[in-house]
Write a protein that binds this ligand. Structure first.
Ligand SMILES: Cc1cc2nc3c(=O)[nH]c(=O)nc-3n(C[C@H](O)[C@H](O)[C@H](O)COP(=O)(O)OP(=O)(O)OC[C@H]3O[C@@H](n4cnc5c(N)ncnc54)[C@H](O)[C@@H]3O)c2cc1C
Ligand code: SF4
Length: 509
């Protein structure tokens, strides 16, 4: 093989990639901690540390396996903080004739590498990251020219194609979807097993981040970093999920609680999105548990979980590549408000928001319903600019990478794409949050009150949202019932006044 440079991005920590099957002295692997990548939004400190720790651990793994590695730390003097410039330095030093890289998951990086390498006048190839169920070309075929493509259709196709939970061409037990059974609140007396956490000492990385002057949000314990740092640990988190949490996953998938920050969720999104572990391994482990436990593990948990990965995760990636770069500009409702300052502190009297935001600052994690029906719901009801909402989600969560963040945030949560991901906006009044959580019990506001000092802000803001966007939503068949309810209400004026007061005093809520 000609002398070759192979670039590994920070979310490409896939030990099973075919690149590493053989040791070749002609190949130099390179990983780079690049300042603009750490600064294009303000990231949670656990996200920066988690990625650097994962990259450094991966480089060590490569070295131990006998591969040649050039690692660029954030504080290295020779680091030019530019992928192309660093690659050029390596090409010159090693007299390399070929550059290879794995397909980036992010549209911006895809362009940057393709264009930058073309200018270097060296042979270069992009190869598969060998992580997802679907290759990019396959996705392009599936999503081509489709204005809308239902997730459910995609998911069933994936189940059939990959033979997951199938029985001779039909879904196991005859049903594709168990969503309706998966919507329970946490009972008072339930014991939720504690999440599987690590306590990595990351003080060295932290001091280098400080030395480099990288800005960040959120909290971190420098002697007890909780997230997995490599494949071995990711597999341990998976094993723990399957043995201790899976049988509560489905039933309590949408439940929220003051006491529990991750409930029965797997907390594997960071490990999967950095490719420490593959979606196929996760799905296979869960499917295997279903068949091994012979009737002991209800299909609703297993199907509910597999749908998230084989369905939603792959589907969002398909949409991302089909709709970018225009997707990042979508703002269906023309929203333009700034995100309230308590999104960076958790300092609000609304218990649901204060819990969801505080735990996000503490752990760089919130589960799906907290992201969708608390922080996302409030941002949508109050008309926050989707750019601001995107930047917040992209920064605060350890699992946030644009391909899966923007489709969830701008699409599913903010309906800024006008209905590509969701068939209607995910908005609710306080009664949904009360139904799915114990937040309202200890809140300053009253979820039953619609007007007055103690009225839950979600209530009037919900009706105000519907009223404000009547022209865009009233023809949507899934919204028409709510418009009929609104039209019959005799306290419309009071509700709109209450909402106006809350919007005018949004920082004081
Ligand atoms: C506004 C908003 C922003 C989000 N941003 C991200 C993000 O940046 N990165 C990210 O990975 N997920 C994102 N999600 C999806 C989901 O909230 C997270 O994947 C999940 O909370 C991660 O926690 P977990 O690993 O414990 O997941 P679990 O709830 O245990 O689910 C298992 C796995 O399913 C996958 N999954 C579940 N829901 C989705 C979904 N809607 N889209 C894609 N994959 C899904 C994830 O890989 C997850 O690890 C977002 C959701 C919303 C509503
Ligand atoms: S009363 Fe309203 S603001 Fe308070 S926790 Fe419940 S939904 Fe949230």
């Amino acid at each position: 093989m000609a002398k070759t440079i192979r670039l590994i991005l920070g979310d490409q920590l896939n030990e099973n990639h075919s690149w590493y099957e053989e040791v070749d002295d002609e190949v130099i692997y390179t990983l780079m901690e690049i300042r603009p990548e750490s600064e294009y939004v303000t990231h949670h400190i656990q996200k920066i540390v988690g990625i650097f720790l994962g990259m450094r651990t991966f480089a060590e793994w490569l070295r131990r396996a006998g591969h040649q590695v050039k690692y660029w730390k954030i504080t290295d003097d020779e680091n030019e903080h530019d992928f192309i410039k660093n690659i050029k330095t390596l090409i010159d030093e090693a007299s390399a004739e070929l550059v290879e890289y794995q397909e980036p998951d992010e549209w911006r990086l895809d362009r940057l590498l393709a264009e930058g390498l073309s200018e270097l006048d060296i042979e270069h190839h992009m190869v598969s990251s060998e992580h997802f169920y679907t290759e990019r070309a396959e996705l392009e075929e599936m999503f081509r020219d489709k204005k809308s493509y239902l997730m459910e259709t995609f998911y069933r196709k994936m189940r059939q194609q990959h033979d997951v939970l199938m029985d001779d061409g039909d879904p196991v037990s005859g049903k594709w979807n168990y969503d309706k059974e998966n919507r329970k609140k946490l009972p008072n007396k339930i014991t939720v097993p504690q999440p599987r956490l690590y306590s990595h000492d990351v003080s060295d990385i932290l001091s280098e981040i400080n030395e480099a002057g990288l800005d960040s949000i959120g909290h971190i314990d420098e002697s007890a970093f909780i997230w997995p740092k490599n494949r071995k640990e990711a597999l341990e988190v998976l094993e723990y999920f399957v043995s201790d949490l899976l049988d509560g996953f489905g039933t309590y998938q949408d439940a929220m609680s003051v006491e529990e920050w991750s409930v029965f969720h797997c907390r594997l999104s960071f490990a999967m999105n950095t490719k420490m572990i593959s979606p196929r391994e996760v799905v296979d482990a869960v499917e295997r548990a279903y068949f091994d436990r012979e009737g002991d593990l209800h299909l609703s948990h297993v199907e509910g979980f597999i749908r998230q990965i084989l369905g939603w995760r792959e589907y969002m990636r398909g949409l991302y590549w089909a709709k970018m770069p225009d997707y990042a500009e979508q703002n269906h409702f023309g929203h333009d408000r700034a995100l309230p300052s308590y999104y960076w502190t958790g300092d609000t009297q609304m218990k649901c928001l204060s819990c969801a935001i505080s735990q996000s600052l503490d752990y760089s994690y919130a589960h799906h319903i907290q992201r969708l029906m608390v922080t996302g719901n409030f941002a949508l009801l109050t008309g926050v600019d989707p750019d601001e909402v995107d930047q917040w989600y992209l920064g605060i969560y350890i699992d946030a990478f644009e391909w899966v963040e923007i489709t969830n945030t701008r699409g599913m949560s903010q309906y800024a794409d006008g209905g590509i991901v969701g068939t209607k906006p995910y908005v609710s009044s306080g009664s949904y949050i009360n139904k799915m959580s114990d937040y309202c019990r200890s809140c300053h506001y009253d979820h039953k009150e619609k007007v007055g000092d103690k009225a839950c802000p979600f209530n009037s803001l919900y009706w105000n949202f519907l009223d404000r966007h009547r022209d865009k939503l009233s023809n949507n068949p899934r919204m028409s019932m709510m418009y009929r309810v609104w039209d019959k209400m005799d306290n419309q004026e009071e509700l709109l006044q209450q909402a106006k007061y809350y919007l005018d005093h949004i920082e004081e809520l």
